[in-house]
Design a protein around this ligand. Structure first.
Ligand code: COA
Length: 231
């Protein structure tokens, strides 16, 4: 996730290959460089969650759960160390685009209305040529309650229906079974796998491997696994 370290560093290459755009002659202009306003994330609702566009004001609510080391087992960074650092990161994310202007960033803090607390973070990176990648993180105290499934379903639906995206991508470490099962339950199919890749993993360890999942617009919906999934 970019929230942690910027998965786009690796995914740009993978997706260029998958989409066959590696040899594209020219970079398309970003909305900003065309003088168009950059799209802003919408607040999205699901059965149990409000997906709130991430703001600097979320930092004090999220700093404690984000310190949990269990979150970082398959993520390339270390937990944030201070509120100041987290505010700065949220400020940066709220700019809504990569420094080169080619990516549009949407980030959401997931608030559970029933539990009256935030339970995780989600992101979508919109690229030129109508594809997007998603990232997901649920705080360990809320794992296995179907929240990630519920939120991701809504985000994917939003990307296809309201952001004119044709393809959604989810990348994860090969060993991240929870993230992989989640992608599969969402209806994604495995598109590529690089078992030797270690470009997004903590230094010093053995190559960890990545797997890329994709979901095309109009792909048949997977059967609902839980009632909560019907967002
Ligand atoms: C991956 C993650 C977001 C899943 O969140 P979650 O809210 O617990 O997932 P859900 O409850 O919606 O589970 C949906 C499905 O995913 C799969 N799944 C989730 N956690 C799993 C686990 N620990 N082991 C195996 N499968 C798991 C199951 O198929 C599950 O459906 P089921 O409960 O009906 O079997 C969460 O484990 C997480 O935040 N991990 C740390 C951060 C991370 O690695 N993010 C992904 C980066 S690529």
């Amino acid at each position: 996730m970019r929230f942690i370290a910027g998965s786009s560093v690796t995914t740009g290459l993978w997706t260029a290959g998958y989409l066959g755009i590696a040899s594209a002659p020219a970079r398309p202009l970003s909305p900003a460089s065309r003088g168009q306003p950059r799209p802003v994330p919408a607040e999205l609702q699901t059965e149990r969650l409000s997906l709130e566009p991430l703001r600097t004001a979320h930092a004090p609510w999220l700093i404690e759960p984000l310190r949990d080391p269990r979150l970082y087992r398959f993520l390339p960074d270390i937990p944030v160390s201070s509120l100041r650092e987290l505010r700065a990161r949220f400020d940066w994310l709220a700019t809504g685009s990569s420094p080169d202007g080619l990516e549009t960033w949407f980030h959401w803090a997931a608030y559970c209305r029933e539990e009256r607390r935030h339970v995780g973070l989600f992101e979508a990176t919109l690229h030129e040529r109508r594809w997007a990648e998603i990232g997901y993180l649920i705080f360990p105290s809320a794992w296995r309650r179907g929240y990630a499934l519920e939120a991701c379903r809504r985000i994917v639906q939003h990307l296809f229906a309201e952001r004119a995206v044709d393809l959604v991508v989810a990348d994860t470490m090969l060993a991240n079974i929870a993230a992989r099962r989640l992608a599969e339950q969402l209806g994604f199919r495995e598109a590529s796998c690089d078992s030797r890749s270690d470009s997004c993993f903590k230094c010093g360890g053995p190559p960890a491997g990545h797997v890329r999942y994709v979901l095309e617009a109009g792909a048949p919906a997977p059967p609902l696994a839980t009632a909560a999934g019907a967002a």
